[in-house]
Design a binder for this molecule. Structure first.
Ligand SMILES: CC(C)(COP(=O)(O)OP(=O)(O)OC[C@H]1O[C@@H](n2cnc3c(N)ncnc32)[C@H](O)[C@@H]1OP(=O)(O)O)[C@@H](O)C(=O)NCCC(=O)NCCS
Length: 219
């Protein structure tokens, strides 16, 4: 588990104990208390477990109505729970999550990265990015990509902007079916070696696009 190097160990038990069912609605008192607690307690990341799925779903859902995040159903989160990493306090208070979607040795994607609104700016999002970068490196994945509306945030972690066509796997998986595909306001970013034409020509990633399977229409 990654422990924040910048935060001091806890001096006492946190007075706040939100559960997986805690609504992510503004509560000035709770937000102020948790934010000040975060100055004195550890944040840590760990792989998500099924018991985290409700909290993950609730948080992602609260950011998907305005298009900030792609919607993920509870069932989809459960089925892909191993791709998720969460950030929490030392007392297991859920603070946020992110997922690493692996396309192959040439490419992985950071998805569904989000932290509770009341702890924005406390370093939790940065810890998630660092942890997913570490996981990608540990698997020898050459390139880590993401599509975002806040490129400035990812520039902090040395991600650079590229043409989205460099990430065909991602485009085929999400963009082709997206309602906003003709008016997309997201920036494609990546860290590492971009996929090569050789990676992209590997049809085993896109079996439904094999030319031999195309049917010629007679008109
Ligand atoms: C984006 C998000 C995950 C960042 O989490 P966070 O915990 O607030 O980020 P951190 O506190 O770790 O910030 C790390 C650095 O990024 C900067 N930063 C944070 N949010 C930023 C933003 N929106 N734009 C530019 N820089 C930002 C911080 O100032 C900090 O810089 P510093 O190291 O120089 O102090 C969080 O704001 C969030 O959940 N947003 C809503 C969901 C979302 O937009 N997700 C991204 C989808 S691609």
């Amino acid at each position: 588990m990654a422990l924040s190097p910048v935060l001091e160990p806890p001096s006492s038990q946190s007075p706040i104990a939100p559960t997986a069912q805690t609504p992510f609605t503004p509560s000035q008192h709770r937000s102020a208390t948790l934010r000040s607690d975060l100055k004195t307690i550890f944040l840590r990341t760990r792989k998500a477990q099924l018991q985290d799925a409700r909290a993950i779903h609730q948080l992602i859902d609260s950011f998907s109505h305005d298009g900030t995040l792609l919607p993920r159903s509870y069932a989809e989160i459960c089925a892909n729970i191993r791709t998720f990493t969460i950030v929490e306090t030392h007392t297991h208070q859920f603070l946020g999550c992110a997922a690493l979607h692996v396309y192959g040795p040439h490419l992985a994607e950071i998805r569904s990265i989000v932290v509770r609104p009341d702890i924005k700016g406390c370093g939790a999002g940065g810890q998630l990015v660092h942890e997913l970068m570490r996981q990608a490196e540990a698997r020898s994945i050459k390139c880590l990509c993401l599509f975002t509306r806040i490129p400035n945030f990812f520039e902090h972690f040395h991600f650079s902007t590229y043409d989205r066509q460099a990430f065909s796997d991602k485009v085929l998986k999400d963009c082709l079916h997206c309602a906003r595909r003709h008016a997309c306001d997201e920036t494609a970013m990546a860290f590492g070696e971009l996929p090569t034409p050789r990676d992209l020509s590997r049809t085993d990633f896109f079996p439904h696009y094999q030319p031999t399977e195309l049917v010629q229409l007679q008109v």
